[in-house]
Design a protein around this ligand. Structure first.
Ligand code: G3I
Length: 317
């Protein structure tokens, strides 16, 4: 009877999961777990530019709409993901021979189209995703290369104008501990805020392994919260070298628990989202060969030690 969702709600925390549109459409067991265990959802892929506008001007809203409808029916907050990213862009955009000004207009229109369509139904957006290199320089994406570094401030201003009620986040990975990337992200958010750029929160993806202790996550969340923004764990998963065994699963459970404890300890850590909740639908094995078993539930939706440790962390006082 005590689900992650009910326990998290009692702590004032939103607990979410990335959602596979395919699994949502096809699997009743998946739908049931998603609605019982989580009060937040992030479309794993369905709102990416290449998915919603595969041909210029021709929108395919089916998967995104299905996720948003499900969330509304089940009282879940949607994190829209991701408006400005270097990845999963449509070919017509990247190979289209557009001028810089046309690209800039396309990006503005994309933000306006997405946010207007889902205004009132998507409460939080990852506006800018993965803008940094590991050394703290800006990633040489199509956006940086063609529009210059001002694209980040522009994107947030366009986003605020498109849906003034939405919470606007910058989101990245490998910023969960002290390193050049984390420092650069911190400096950017500080400077944007000082310039009045509308940024409400910082998302820490937290794609980690069973070898990561996550010992600095709490301090990092607190440091960024000190800038006066919300913070969130946005894409948590803890992969292991396959095959899984009891020792690895136990270690994984401690890493998940550490993430939950870190977020609970920081008042402005408003949500914790896992990047998929079942090993049956994880991005990891396809993307990182030899690794997997990264999620809270197993292939048959059975609770793993990690699920139990997250539940314990949410229940602890
Ligand atoms: O939809 C096509 C399908 O038509 C085609 O047949 C198939 C053949 O490969 O590809 C399908 O697209 C794949 C898509 O996932 C949907 O399954 C893409 O190739 C694949 O690259 C894509 O991977 C996603 C990846 O982002 C890139 O967009 C992962 O599922 C998704 O978990 C991952 O999520 C990212 C976050 O957005 C940002 N942070 C890191 C995180 C993990 O990489």
């Amino acid at each position: 009877d005590s689900t992650l969702r009910t326990l998290a709600a009692a702590r004032g925390l939103r607990i979410g999961s990335a959602v596979s549109a395919g699994a949502l459409a096809q699997e009743q067991g998946y739908r049931d777990k998603l609605r019982y265990e989580f009060n937040g959802v992030t479309p794993e892929n369905a709102m990416k530019w290449s998915q919603v506008e595969p041909a210029q001007g021709q929108y395919t809203w089916g998967d995104a709409d299905a996720i948003v409808d499900f969330a509304q029916q089940n009282g879940q907050t949607v994190r829209g993901h991701a408006l400005v990213w270097h990845n999963s862009l449509p070919d017509w955009l990247t190979g289209g021979g557009f001028t810089d000004e046309q690209l800039r207009a396309s990006l503005k229109q994309h933000i306006e189209t997405m946010m207007t369509r889902y205004a009132g139904r998507v409460g939080v957006w990852d506006v800018v995703n993965e803008a940094f290199n590991e050394d703290g320089t800006l990633r040489p994406s199509i956006w940086l290369n063609r529009l210059g570094s001002g694209y980040i401030a522009d994107a947030f201003r366009w986003a605020r104008a498109a849906d003034p009620a939405a919470k606007l986040y910058i989101n990245d990975f490998n910023a969960e501990w002290a390193n050049p990337k984390s420092d650069a992200l911190y400096a950017l958010v500080r400077d944007l805020r000082a310039q009045g750029v509308p940024i409400d929160g910082v998302g820490f993806q937290t794609h980690v392994t069973t070898g990561s202790a996550l010992s600095q996550l709490g301090a990092t969340l607190a440091r960024f919260a000190g800038l006066g923004v919300d913070v969130a764990v946005t894409e948590l998963d803890v992969r292991m070298p396959l095959p899984a065994d009891d020792a690895k699963l136990t270690t994984q459970a401690t890493v998940y628990r550490r993430a939950v404890d870190a977020c609970l300890a920081v008042a402005r850590c408003v949500s914790l989202t896992v990047w998929g909740f079942t090993d049956a639908h994880s991005w990891v094995p396809a993307a990182i060969p030899g690794w997997g078993a990264a999620d809270l539930l197993g292939e048959n939706l059975q609770p793993k030690p990690a699920y139990l440790s997250v539940r314990d962390a949410l229940a602890a006082r």
